[in-house]
Ligand binder design. Structure first.
Ligand SMILES: Nc1ncnc2c1ncn2[C@@H]1O[C@H](COP(=O)(O)OP(=O)(O)OP(=O)(O)O)[C@@H](O)[C@H]1O
Ligand SMILES: [Mg+2]
Length: 402
């Protein structure tokens, strides 16, 4: 009989917590949706966990409900990291090869990656992961996998990812306090990239922009490697706030208006919208005005993202362009606006790999967490699940996880 395994991802978002469980059929290498929960977040501000207790109470409630429904305890999960405190910095490591026969071992690779983590940072910041770009053996560059090669001197170039330690600790505590085991943690945009980008796009050069409620996460890939990661402290909730102010209405109505009528371009003539808001008088506004509020804020997000691309000399220079995902990318005609702002090809990144998930851009991160989990667990069983992961090594989180 085929062996089955359950894999669960937890995406802690500013507006929603998403929990996705899939069944991995180890014989057929197939992922089947088992359950999906979305619930309003608590204790999260702009992607950062600010109230550990509130969030862990929510997790306890959601996971006990989930376990009851599935008649199976779910307690090992893959979790996202987010917040504008996350940063990326290029770094290098250098070691002497340890074995007498000068064959590079797994231990040498771990040591050189560890050496690349040694970056001077303020005491409250820490590196939680490193992504190798290339290894260099006795000056020979461009090596992807140095295991078994002969050499004296092993170097590595990496992109190191870090964050503000108290905030990293908050995420970890919120999850662990609800009696859940963390199998791995990764920044949302990296997880999302697993679900929406192809290997070819990553090889050519591509930027993923995950527009959430409170933040917008950017991950840039080239030659198959992660080369940059940044998180902007603005997202789709800023549009809602602007609508509330612009139309002088409360936030829940503004959110409704954004979802129903929000757009990045006006198609045809202006029209008057009239909506019932439970008061005597309906709210009347012009579509043109609403579109302007929406597109101004989305343009600002794109301009900030473009500044980040400029800082790494990739502005207008990514052949596979920009891929938009996250709930905020559901706005009609956002692709047209993005093309104008980035001067690059732009497309929507729909989560692939788990049936039934393609339609919802907001599920990209949680789908990616589950897919990366399947990759890692598949690898442990001796095969690679689906396509390759972004040169991610599970062991790297050892330091971060107790
Ligand atoms: N149809 C829609 N049109 C426009 N915006 C939408 C639509 N559906 C959802 N959104 C917006 O998407 C946002 C939620 O997206 P998502 O679930 O990706 O965010 P999150 O993960 O909770 O937050 P973050 O990633 O910022 O921490 C909300 O601000 C919501 O208003
Ligand atoms: Mg999100």
């Amino acid at each position: 009989m085929a062996k089955e395994k359950f894999i669960t991802g937890l995406d802690i978002g500013t507006s929603n917590v998403k929990i996705l469980t899939v069944k991995q059929n180890l014989k057929e290498e197939r992922l089947e949706l088992v359950s999906k929960i979305e619930e309003t977040s608590e204790g999260v501000r702009r992607g950062t966990v600010v109230n550990v207790e509130k969030l862990s109470n929510l997790f306890k409630d959601l996971f006990s409900r989930k376990s009851q429904n599935l008649r199976r305890r779910i307690n090992s999960i893959y979790v996202n990291l987010n917040g504008s405190h996350l940063f990326s910095v290029p770094s290098r490591g250098l070691i002497s090869v340890s074995r007498a026969d000068q064959k590079i071992s797994e231990e040498d690779i771990q040591r050189v990656l560890q050496a690349a983590r040694a970056i001077n940072l303020p005491s409250n910041k820490e590196i939680f992961d490193v992504f190798p770009k290339e290894f260099i053996v006795d000056g020979e560059k461009g090596i992807k996998d140095p295991l078994g090669l002969q050499g004296v001197r092993l170097e590595v170039e990496v992109l190191a990812l870090g964050g503000f330690s108290p905030y990293l600790e908050n995420i970890k505590q919120a999850v662990l306090n609800s009696n859940l085991e963390i199998l791995d943690m990764m920044p949302s945009s990296i997880a999302a990239s697993r679900a929406v980008l192809t290997e070819r796009q990553k090889e050519l050069g591509v930027a993923l922009l995950d527009i959430g409620a409170g933040i917008t996460s950017l991950a840039v890939f080239e030659e198959g490697n992660l080369i940059y990661l940044a998180v902007l402290p603005m997202g789709s909730s800023n549009i809602t706030n602007d609508i509330a102010i612009g139309l002088k209405t409360d936030i829940d109505i503004a959110e409704r208006i954004k979802i129903e009528y929000g757009s990045c371009f006006l198609k045809g003539k202006d029209v008057k919208r009239r909506i019932n808001i439970g008061e005597d008088e309906p709210l009347v506004f012009s579509q043109k005005f609403l579109t302007k509020i929406t597109s101004d804020r989305v343009s600002e997000i794109f301009e900030e993202a473009n500044k980040k691309l400029k800082s790494i000399s990739k502005e207008k220079l990514l052949p596979a362009g920009i891929v938009l995902t996250g709930g905020g990318a559901k706005l009609p005609r956002i692709v047209v606006l993005a093309k104008n702002k980035f001067h690059l090809p732009v497309r929507l990144g729909r989560p692939k790999g788990i049936s039934g998930m393609e339609e919802d851009l907001g599920l990209a991160t949680v789908c990616g967490l589950v897919l990366m989990g399947a990759d890692l667990e598949g690898k442990e069983k001796g095969f690679e699940f689906g396509r390759k992961t972004v040169s991610k090594i599970k062991k790297m989180f050892k330091i971060f996880i107790p």
